[in-house]
Design a protein around this ligand. Structure first.
Ligand code: SF4
Ligand code: SF4
Length: 70
């Protein structure tokens, strides 16, 4: 999986980090947001939902995992 932040849209507001249950471990806000430690991410997508710029895409691995999410 990966979390992609659109650098053109991101304003560095830090809402994603605040909203994320593991924000302090995962997110690094330094002008632009970067999800640096996805080991702690559980794919809840709260960050993407809270981003006012819709800059975050949470992308699940396909094939790797067979879950009922379609
Ligand atoms: S919430 Fe969105 S705009 Fe704000 S820092 Fe995070 S990715 Fe950037
Ligand atoms: S998907 Fe959830 S756990 Fe992962 S970075 Fe976003 S808010 Fe945090």
């Amino acid at each position: 999986m990966k979390i992609v932040v659109d650098k053109d849209k991101c304003t560095g507001c830090g809402i994603c980090k605040e909203a994320c249950p593991k924000g302090a471990k995962i997110w690094d806000i330094n002008e632009k947001a970067m999800a640096t430690n996805l080991e702690y991410c559980h794919l809840c997508t709260i960050c993407a939902g809270k981003c006012p710029e819709q800059a975050i895409q949470v992308i699940r691995d396909e094939g790797n995992e067979k879950t009922k999410n379609d």
